[in-house]
Design a protein around this ligand. Structure first.
Ligand code: B12
Ligand code: SF4
Length: 502
């Protein structure tokens, strides 16, 4: 069968700081190809809708699968699915991915026949089976598959995440993938899942709070195959098990692989496993993202982050000592007033780290989606991108965005202002000489993307597809309400450092 897999367009954040390869779709593509299908992949972060329709006409796929990791991409994918069905009525159209897995029935309803199936959970094992069963009236009985006829049992998880390595050969114009100065940049996955349970996050609920590791050999082999000089490690929390990080590193050294790396981890993991991070610093790890989320104890408790402000600040010191360039995230609550923004601005200017602000957003699949008592101020999927306020703001909305953008701009000037620019001028010139201009372009785009009026105007657009608001729950939601992959608590291979469940 001819199969076209599609990743939708970038969201606001990716317009500036980064654009990364869709490694999840590449893994699904590898599994589909291994089952004997002819597969193509189109990434709309790089290509336009016109390119997609051209591909549809030239390749004439019998099946098209859309990736829906991001809720904000829902309207785009629904429109593309409808137009695809109109142009190719016999084509089997399906979607899968992180966000899609939490709202499968709702998506089928919106699609009004344009989507033949939704795939919940990870896609490698089930997608080849789905394609084989196209036309079979029992399609909807497959695990993780939802069709207008019904839903199968919960999805099954891969017993071995080494099995399907990303089909990077299918992504085109790969020089467009970058993160900051890591330009161009590929992605790699060493582990899957997260054993923590932060209330605002759906990474853990998707995988039923399980945690799986690639073998050190397979992980290193995959990195060794990467042509790009830079690698973004997509793990939710890198190096929870230090011995795993060391083992991958040793395998990379054996293969004489030398690259620059970026990863994301938790402050307490960095403190506990300092040695493995120091070792990776020597291997080429330069940049890390730490999910700080809040500066005060109360907010950290509310997010169930299970760290203290003291640990967070200590981790920043350790990262500085080890010589990392660090980006941290702070969650801006819609309840913030001018004073709270000012406190964050002041703090951000007092530390050397790059500080990002995201807006607290209850997503389907998170605990706060069920428990957040404040009413959602909008049901427009496009605004659920952690850059817009979807809960009522204490400040008038325009004023909230004014403060948010002003704070982001102050922080941004710290890193992209004239002094900082002088520091990166040499690097920018070297990249430009090699034809890598992603980083350079990013330096000039901030004002047009992060813009108070643009963000406010986004709320005024007509809404074609409305989200289904959360059903009221009397008590704290449990695994049955939250998990996509339904596992027993304790799942396969839980981390030894698994925190206490509350
Ligand atoms: C790496 C990552 C990124 C990368 C994205 C790389 C890319 N182009 O896809 C970067 C850093 C760019 C990023 C940015 C953002 N991210 Co992000 N990201 C992740 C992260 C940590 C891992 C995703 C990943 O690559 N996993 C590894 C691969 C192998 O898994 P996968 O992609 O999920 O794919 C599997 C399945 O989902 C499924 N699947 C996927 N696609 C398809 C398609 C079909 C047809 C099928 C059948 C199956 C299928 O099969 C795959 C293999 O098993 C997830 C957390 C998580 N654990 O999922 C958050 C996550 C997806 N991101 C999130 C958010 C909020 C964002 C931002 C909006 C943040 C921001 N500050 O603005 C931006 C938006 C980016 C954009 N779209 O433009 C949220 C999503 C929230 C939501 N419900 O919409 C998540 C869940 C994090 C969280 N803690 O809440 N992100
Ligand atoms: S530690 Fe990170 S990935 Fe894990 S649940 Fe918390 S925010 Fe999500």
């Amino acid at each position: 069968m001819k199969v076209l897999l599609v990743h939708p367009s970038p969201l606001m954040y990716s317009e500036i700081f980064l654009r990364l390869e869709p490694i999840g779709v590449e893994r699904v593509a590898a599994a589909v190809r291994a089952a004997g299908h002819e597969v193509r992949l189109l990434d709309l972060q790089i290509f336009g809708h016109a390119d997609y329709y051209r591909e549809l006409a030239d390749f004439k796929p019998q099946a098209v699968g859309f990736s829906l990791n991001y809720l904000a991409n829902v309207p785009e994918v629904l429109d593309l699915a409808k137009e695809t069905k109109r142009r190719r009525p016999d084509c089997f159209i399906f979607a899968g991915g992180h966000s899609g897995s939490f709202i499968a029935e709702e998506l089928l309803e919106h699609a009004a026949g344009a989507l033949d199936a939704l795939v919940r959970g990870e896609g490698e094992a089930i997608t080849p089976r789905l394609l084989e069963a196209v036309g079979d009236p029992r399609l909807h009985t497959l695990p993780g598959v939802v069709t207008p006829d019904g839903a199968g049992p919960p999805p099954t998880m891969l017993d071995d995440i080494d099995r399907f390595q990303p089909a990077r050969d299918l992504t085109r114009r790969r020089r467009k993938y970058f993160i900051g100065v890591l330009d161009p940049c590929a992605s790699a996955e060493f582990t899957r899942g997260c054993p923590w349970d932060c209330s605002f996050c759906s990474a853990w609920t998707f995988y039923g709070r399980s945690y799986r590791k690639a073998s050190a050999e397979a992980a290193a082999e995959d990195v060794a195959r990467i042509a790009e000089p830079n690698v973004f490690i997509v793990d939710d929390v890198a190096f929870i098990h230090p011995e795993h990080g060391f083992a991958i590193g040793h395998e990379l050294e054996k293969r004489r692989v030398r690259k620059q790396y970026y990863l994301e981890t938790r402050c307490d993991v960095l403190l506990r496993n300092r040695e493995v991070f120091a070792y990776w610093r020597r291997l080429g790890l330069l940049y890390m993202f730490l999910g700080l989320e809040a500066l005060d104890e109360d907010a950290l408790k509310l997010h169930r982050k299970r760290v203290t402000p003291g640990e967070n600040f200590k981790a920043l010191e350790v990262a500085r000592e080890l010589g990392f360039t660090v980006a941290v995230n702070i969650i801006a609550d819609p309840d913030w007033d001018e004073r709270r923004f000012a406190i964050v601005r002041e703090w951000a200017l007092s530390v050397p780290e790059i500080v990002h602000l995201t807006v607290a957003t209850p997503y389907p699949g998170t605990e706060i989606w069920h428990t957040e008592s404040r009413r959602l101020a909008t049901l427009d999927y496009r605004l659920f991108d952690v850059q817009h306020a979807v809960l009522p703001t204490r400040l008038p909305l325009q004023r909230f965005y004014e403060e948010l953008v002003a704070t982001q701009a102050v922080i941004n000037r710290k890193h992209l202002g004239l002094t900082a620019l002088r520091e990166v001028a040499g690097l920018s010139a070297r990249l430009a000489l090699r034809g890598q201009t992603n980083f350079l372009r990013m330096l000039w785009k901030f004002g047009s993307v992060y813009n108070r009026d643009r963000q406010y105007a986004d709320h005024l657009r007509p809404v074609t597809y409305q989200m289904r608001p959360p059903a009221a729950v009397a008590a704290k939601p449990g695994p049955r309400d939250l998990f996509v992959h339904q596992l027993k608590v304790g799942g396969p291979d839980m981390a030894p450092h698994t925190p206490q469940r509350s």
